[in-house]
Design a protein around this ligand. Structure first.
Ligand code: 1HE
Length: 267
């Protein structure tokens, strides 16, 4: 592991560092951050880099412009007249790119605004925490476009908000926003002000956890969710065996024993 890797060259995103927080901005506002095949490759490369970087302890993803992400680049898709196998391979690259986000080992916090639709929702559901603002809305317009999800929604969206809700959204174009979006599970937070400010606050908090704990939390729970319960308990014990005995936990546990650690209070 090295701490000083150079961020890959980017065309559709830009990055800034705030201490150990990497801020990624989707930067194709003129096309509402629609995801072309090249954009997907860039996401893959960036998050492979994040995975290898010791300097990054958390990531915040936001978007330039009034739309977080309009999903698949429909115009590229239409004009390229792709074959079935072309698009199958493209979908597999979407899966790889969004897996690279989910399993980069660092907490990824989405500061959402405006439309988070189609492939944009597939992108957002690969984040660990999603924060909506007053403008944010979620939809799966694939049915109306005469297409189907291909970037992981059948797994991530169905798991997050339930199969029945996903089927309804795809059949009818139903849109979720506000408190209804929170209670349905599309996002964990809804803020009156800036979703970016809240995302930074959360990222700074999460970045203080030991990296191995954050890796266990951000990847372990998702992997265990795919297992039958007997296997899940076995995997959980292994993850806990490694994480709960890590050197980085020793000072924190000693601080609790010495009564210098913060208590868990509801205030
Ligand atoms: C696009 C795209 C796009 C905008 N692909 N170019 N996604 C959708 O069905 C959503 C399609 N987009 C929209 O419904 C609207 O654009 C928005 C509600 C998101 C935003 O509306 P608005 O009024 O702010 O922008 P606009 O005028 O519609 O678009 C501005 C430009 O962005 C325009 O390009 P221009 O060159 O004419 O200026 C649009 O063509 C362009 N643009 N969205 C390409 N999606 C792996 S499978 C995943 C399947 C899916 O993702 S299905 C969902 C697709």
């Amino acid at each position: 592991m090295t701490a000083d890797l150079a961020v890959p060259k980017l065309e559709f995103m830009r990055t800034e560092s705030d201490g150990d927080i990497l801020v990624v901005t989707l930067d194709r506002a003129e096309k509402r951050n629609a995801l072309s095949a090249a954009f997907i490759e860039e996401i893959f490369d960036l998050f492979e880099w994040v995975r290898r970087s010791d300097a990054v302890r958390a990531v915040v993803i936001r978007a330039e412009g009034k739309v977080f992400c309009a999903g698949l680049d429909l115009i590229e898709h239409h004009t390229e007249a792709r074959s079935a196998s072309d698009f199958m391979y493209i979908c597999r690259r979407w899966h790889a790119a969004f897996d690279a986000i989910q399993h980069c080992g660092k907490p990824v916090i989405g500061a959402l605004n405006g439309a988070v639709v189609g492939g944009g929702l597939e992108l957002a559901t690969s984040f660990h925490i999603r924060i909506a603002d007053a403008t944010t809305y979620f939809a799966l317009p694939e049915g109306q476009r005469g297409i189907f999800t291909g970037g992981g929604a059948t797994v991530r969206v169905a798991r997050l908000v339930g199969e029945a809700r996903m089927v309804d959204m795809m059949l009818t174009g139903r849109v979720y926003s506000g408190d209804e979006a929170v209670s349905a599970g599309f996002c964990q937070y809804l803020v009156d002000g800036s979703s970016f400010d809240k995302a930074m606050e959360i990222a700074r908090t999460a970045a203080q956890n030991p990296p191995l704990s954050n890796y266990a939390i951000t990847s372990g729970i998702a992997h265990i969710g795919n297992m039958a319960s007997g296997d899940a308990y076995f995997a959980e014990a292994f993850i806990a065996g490694i994480t709960n005995t890590q050197p980085a936990s020793k000072d924190r546990l000693a601080a609790f024993m010495n009564k210098t650690a913060a208590k868990v209070l509801n205030e």
